[in-house]
Design a protein around this ligand. Sequence first.
Ligand code: SF4
Ligand code: F3S
Length: 104
Amino acid sequence: TYVVTENCIRCKYMDCVNVCPVDCFYEGENMLVIHPDECIDCGVCEPECPAEAIVPDSDPAASDWINLNERYAALWPNISVAKPPPTDAAAMDGVPDKRSLYLS
Ligand code: SF4
Ligand code: F3S
């Protein structure tokens, strides 16, 4: 499965949503997550994310985020059509430690 990681937080560019063939993204206030049981591992979303926030679960960068994607995919609503990103998305791109600031 693929995993959404820290740099999605407050960037939320949404490009991933429109390319996923199985609509397995789920939307929180500040980021999206991927449902691990629904992702078919196609990899299409990975290069589409301008924040480079999507990685395969085999990537070391995914390790802190696998459980979080699974947990919130069960709680947050599905999103199948992209909305506009936050107006400050570009300013938030690459800001360190967004998880502790914006995701409890
Ligand atoms: Fe969707 Fe494919 Fe990305 Fe999985 S890897 S979230 S199926 S686009
Ligand atoms: Fe987030 Fe990248 Fe999608 S910033 S909303 S994972 S395009």
